[in-house]
Design a protein. Sequence first.
Length: 541
Amino acid sequence: MSESKTISYAIKYRVHKLSDNEFVLIPEELEEGLSDGVSFCTNDVNIPILRNKNSLTHRYVAYNIKYTEDLEKIYDYDENTDFLGQVFYGDNENSVLYCKTSDDGDLKIYDVNFDRYKNNGPRHAIYQYDKNGEPMVTLNREAIDYIISGKDKDEIKRRLEFYKKEISKFSENEKDGVVRIDTINDKITLMDERLGKKEMDSLINEVQKNVNINLNNNIAIGNPNVSFIGLRDAIKKNVFGHDKEINIIAKRLYRNHIAGPNRKIKSVLIIGPTGTGKTETVKSAARYLGVPYVRVNTSDLVPTGIVGPKIGDYLLELYLQSGKKKEIAEKSLFFLDEYEKLGNLDVKSQVKASLLTFNEGEKIMVSNLTSNMIFDTSRLNRVYGGVFEKVEELYRKIGYESGDVEEKKQQLTGPEIKKAIIKAKYFSAEDMGRIRTFVRFGHLDKETRVDILKNAGGSDLLDTILGFKQDFGVDIEVNDDFIYSFLETVPENEGIRDMGAYLDIVFDKVEDILCEVPKSTYKKLVLTKDTVDNNSNFKLY
């Protein structure tokens, strides 16, 4: 147990500004890493922790940080901590954080779940402080009946533990001035005397208008009137250099999404080097379609009977993301990444056998910690991804020289990609027969990488420019000479996701200066190609 203390999870929130003193934080994804008290540090990025008003100047913040042992206690389950992290995220994904700040820097945080205002039944609980200042809960008759109606003593205990846990959470809110919480069927209907129903209704209307939350399904939506063109363009805003391939993928995912109940859903396989946009393609599609999404590292899956992540765990995660609406969860977008690592691995033979049921779209029994449910996978929009390095090696051996390899592979048809995978002995023809659409993302050329840095939604350069403006009050001026020179320092085989580490080197010296002076001491930073060669060579005004 002591080792698990070193691992923690946090929810990454996107900051949306409503006014100078009001912010809404939208949950984006679960992050695994460590907290240093100021930032939540993952393998890829340091995310500022939501601590004060200044935290809200960043595009993203981390909040709801939990150690694995904390989750084990909360859920009374210690077999698979990765799974617990996803369950924890599922419990919080349908909530946003409403933040109010004052001119002197005070920060109040309110957890707002849009399902809370639906009166789902008569079970009431009121959390408040007694005359001695101790937290307490008052239950009505229906709530007590609910507790004692458990099928056995373990279930009754779990229901009592829930209210005990909620009292602790209520007590933790004391520092934020929360004096009373009313719930109906465990959903908050009133929280804090200063944030009454009128304010909450106003907030909900504002959030709907500004951040497009679907209150009926409890999931974020990009466009309720989906179309092929809308899906294609939504992907192309974030993924560059693969227009033809994105067109093919968007058509397949769109037709799967609108398919009627008697239609067979057809899967997609995307191969190509790391960092070329495979994962971002699937994430962008899920955001636009407004469906739950999960990415599975296929090489981490373990057979039944062994502790570790299983397909059923991820199906449960989709169920939780959907607000426990199975009909929505069963139309989710499911991404099996690093799929090639199942090939030629005898130790994974049992996993491959269990995936056969999943790939065929069969019904799967899923455990949700307290009970079981049947999950129909026939409606899932499946995407498989991986590098498939031996496919490239194979084509080098059959006569394409290095100068022509990339051009040839960019032109491979779906059937050619399928044959190459089978010939490289990753999977059998029978395995590949279950996938309909095959595409390949090739290495990104320099012009595309320039375009990504200047225009892509997830551009590390644009994020850095925004961060300097928010943190230091400094506008950054760069030109194409700087961008081209910078790309010369990044190896061509490095993916676009790796550029951030190289940018950190370029900005290191000027960041040292700006961190030591008051905000807005300087107004402008000019970077040139000489800054790339010598990161002390810049101009501050």
